[in-house]
Design a protein around this ligand. Structure first.
Ligand code: SF4
Length: 474
């Protein structure tokens, strides 16, 4: 079984989709690296990107075409300026030229060279893509087929997982195994996770890396709470988080995200307002995500608002004095629970519908909040189980293939369910629970397999076909 780090589950990326934007982007980068490694890059004269299955059906709405161009251009989604995300593809379209891996200019016509196969699907996964490179005689020099398997993970045809098979001190594939290690080591979940993370990096690097992840989440919420306007894509969805934010905020002054969080922590908000803040934070993140903003894939982009929102709730609205160490522990627990879902079921909406995105993020956040608030290992895992149990069967039906409706509001629902699940678990005896997390993961996977394909990120069912919205001509 593949070894998954918390940094695989929580990655810095660009919206709007981890499987349809970040994954294809990484696949394009990987194809370029393979060309480079084989000494072929400088001989490439032309190139084609073929998109299959869900990547074709919702690719334009999810920015798959844009992601492929940026990946082939050698742009890094973690660091590239967000202002360039739409500018570079526009420039490629206007000049009909692409600077392959930032080093080798080739002719490229996006409207002809990015090919959408709407009625075909590659055998390995619903999100398949093939890149083909040709020489000046038009002969095929090299090709690679890749699958974007959810959460920004990419697998090449013929590979089994991402190839990360290091031996961990605590190899975990199920919630029961995690619980057993916790008992054997007399440890919390975060301590077991940290032991595993030490395989890849020092504890100080884990802390620094996760605080960087939190910083990206915080900045994303801050931008989302202070940005108005209309989301791109043609649905004309109005951004709402900033107006809600301004209505809720008690008088206080701040100049950056850190001061803003401190402000919110100081103000004493009653329950009804806290509930509104939860909706506001989640919508802020996902409005940024829909605008090609920088977000943390947690575990996917469509569900990127749930974990930051629950973490903000933990910091600002619980009685606990939350320190940097507590934030790091929260993210380690969340990451581990997400990886158990990935190993036992899926985090790809194209495989399992929205239960695999919002459901999984809600379960991750619920476990992390429960342990953060002093819950036992059993209670944390019970919280994850409760959160997923009430997302089972949730379909993925984004209107016009855009990660906007129902996705933005749905993150608020995932966050509220996570907090509710944590509160129920904190007041419960997990020994008396009728359903265990491992069984709910199994049920989620079986439900995923039974779910009609039209509800798996194809925009061929549900809201996507029942809501008729005229998209204006560009
Ligand atoms: S409906 Fe859910 S799974 Fe589908 S794109 Fe939206 S957030 Fe992602």
């Amino acid at each position: 079984m593949e070894s998954i780090s918390v940094f695989d589950m929580l990655k810095v990326g660009i919206g709007p989709s981890s499987s349809h934007t970040l994954g294809p982007w990484r696949a394009a980068e990987r194809f370029c690296k393979e060309l480079q490694a084989q000494g072929l890059l400088s001989n490439v004269h032309s190139l084609q990107a073929h998109l299959y299955g869900s990547l074709a059906l919702t690719g334009v709405g999810h920015g798959t075409d844009i992601a492929v161009l940026l990946g082939l251009s050698g742009q890094d989604p973690e660091t590239m300026p967000v202002e360039d995300v739409q500018r570079i593809p526009r420039q490629i379209g206007a000049e009909q030229k692409l600077n392959l891996a930032q080093s080798h200019p080739i002719g490229f016509k996006p409207e002809k060279d990015v090919i959408f196969h709407f009625s075909e699907r590659l055998p390995g996964h619903a999100n398949g893509l093939i890149f083909r490179a040709f020489n000046s005689q038009g002969d095929l020099m090299y090709e690679g087929a890749y699958y974007s398997v959810g959460g920004g993970f990419v697998v090449k045809e013929g590979e089994d997982g991402q190839g990360n098979f290091v031996q961990l001190p605590h190899p975990i594939t199920t919630a029961r195994e995690l619980a057993r290690y916790c008992v054997e080591e007399n440890a919390c979940i975060w301590e077991v996770v940290l032991e595993n993370e030490r395989t890849w990096r020092k504890p100080s690097e884990v802390k620094a890396g996760l605080l960087r992840i939190w910083n990206v989440m915080k900045e994303c919420m801050y931008r989302g709470c202070h940005t108005r306007g209309t989301l791109p894509g043609g649905l004309n969805v109005t951004r709402r988080a900033a107006d809600i934010h301004d209505k809720l905020l008690k008088p206080c002054s701040y100049t950056d995200a850190d001061e803003w969080v401190a402000c919110l922590s100081r103000c004493d908000y009653e329950f009804a307002k806290v509930l509104k803040w939860i909706g506001c934070f989640a919508m802020a993140v996902n409005e940024e995500n829909a605008s090609f903003g920088r977000i943390v894939t947690a575990p996917t982009n469509g569900a990127a608002g749930v974990i930051p929102t629950v973490l903000m709730y933990y910091i600002c609205f619980t009685e606990k004095e939350v320190t940097d160490d507590d934030i790091v522990k929260f993210l380690m627990v969340a990451g581990e629970v997400g990886s158990i879902f990935k190993k036992g079921a899926t985090i790809s909406a194209a495989m399992g519908g929205c239960q695999a995105e919002i459901g999984v993020s809600s379960a991750m956040a619920a476990a992390a909040l429960t342990e953060g608030l002093g819950g036992s290992v059993g209670q944390a895992l019970m919280a994850a189980e409760i959160a997923m149990e009430h997302h089972l069967g949730l379909t993925c039906d984004p209107i016009k293939g855009l990660v906007q409706v129902p996705c933005i509001e749905r993150n608020s629902m995932g966050a509220v369910k996570a907090i509710t699940a944590a509160n129920i678990a904190l007041d419960s005896d997990p020994e008396k629970a009728k359903v265990h997390l491992d069984e709910v993961i199994k049920t989620m996977w079986e439900t995923a397999q039974d779910m009609n394909t039209k509800y798996k990120e194809t925009s061929q069912g549900g809201l996507a076909v029942n809501i008729s919205i005229k998209v204006p001509e560009c």
